[in-house]
Write a protein that binds this ligand. Structure first.
Ligand SMILES: CC(C)(COP(=O)(O)OP(=O)(O)OC[C@H]1O[C@@H](n2cnc3c(N)ncnc32)[C@H](O)[C@@H]1OP(=O)(O)O)[C@@H](O)C(=O)NCCC(=O)NCCS
Length: 212
């Protein structure tokens, strides 16, 4: 399923077998040395801190049912610690992992990433997993917008893609509110918790993001 290049990495959105102050982010997005993070209106994306890892591992990875819906690979028991999928080893031009924080409190809210960054075709995939307490509060849309700023403005990409289960209405709505177009359905393409499920593909082009 997933490219071996990403084996052992955590992916906040489903991976597909076939693919291993900016308007689109809103004027509140700022990237600067002093900020030390990319900022949206409600959320910030910053580098992973060691103290984030046990929280992300316990609340995201060990929630087997939710994790199985968010990742195309099978779930395996992995102890927290050096082998945790939330460990970030260093800069990787094909993968950018962030921790999400709530700007109002500074509290950790989840993880976000651009994965499968393809520097020839200038494409990448977005992934998000919010901690349970941070879901359902419209943070997801804000995080998608900040990822778009990172992908298009910082990395110079041309197309971003999200893939998710067809019944993940919150993810689909967060992506479409951030400007993504629903491009298609992969019928019964995902084995999830005992059943085959449909996945949807959503895409956003740099020109569309610039125009929004
Ligand atoms: C998916 C996720 C990132 C969405 O972020 P979120 O902050 O929880 O979502 P929001 O609160 O912004 O909701 C987005 C929209 O979807 C709507 N929504 C949520 N659940 C819904 C449902 N079951 N049916 C229809 N709409 C729904 C919300 O009402 C909201 O729309 P609104 O702002 O117009 O009211 C987050 O819920 C999450 O991390 N879930 C677990 C991991 C996951 O599924 N990740 C994505 C894997 S591809």
């Amino acid at each position: 399923m997933l490219s071996k290049a990403y084996a052992g990495r955590t992916l906040g959105c489903r991976a597909l077998a076939s693919q291993a102050g900016k308007p689109g982010c809103g004027p509140a997005v700022r990237a600067g040395k002093n900020a030390r993070m990319l900022r949206g209106e409600m959320t910030g994306l910053r580098a992973r801190h060691d103290s984030d890892i046990p929280i992300l591992h316990a609340e995201l990875y060990d929630d087997v049912a939710t994790r199985a819906r968010a990742d195309s690979r099978p779930w395996y028991p992995i102890p927290p610690g050096p082998g945790s999928p939330y460990q970030v080893s260093g800069p990787d031009e094909h993968l950018s992992c962030f921790s999400v924080v709530e700007l109002a409190t500074g509290a950790l809210a989840g993880e976000a990433l651009l994965w499968g960054i393809d520097l020839h075709n200038r494409t990448a995939h977005v992934g998000i997993s919010l901690l349970p307490a941070s879901r359902g509060r419209s943070l997801g849309t804000d995080v998608v917008r900040v990822l778009c700023h990172y992908g298009f403005a910082v990395r110079g990409l041309h197309r971003l893609q999200a893939e998710t289960l067809a019944d993940n209405h919150a993810m689909i709505k967060a992506a479409t509110r951030a400007g993504f177009t629903r491009e298609g359905t992969l019928r019964r393409s995902a084995w999830v918790n005992g059943n085959f499920a449909d996945e949807v593909i959503l895409g956003l082009l740099a020109a569309e993001w610039q125009a929004s």
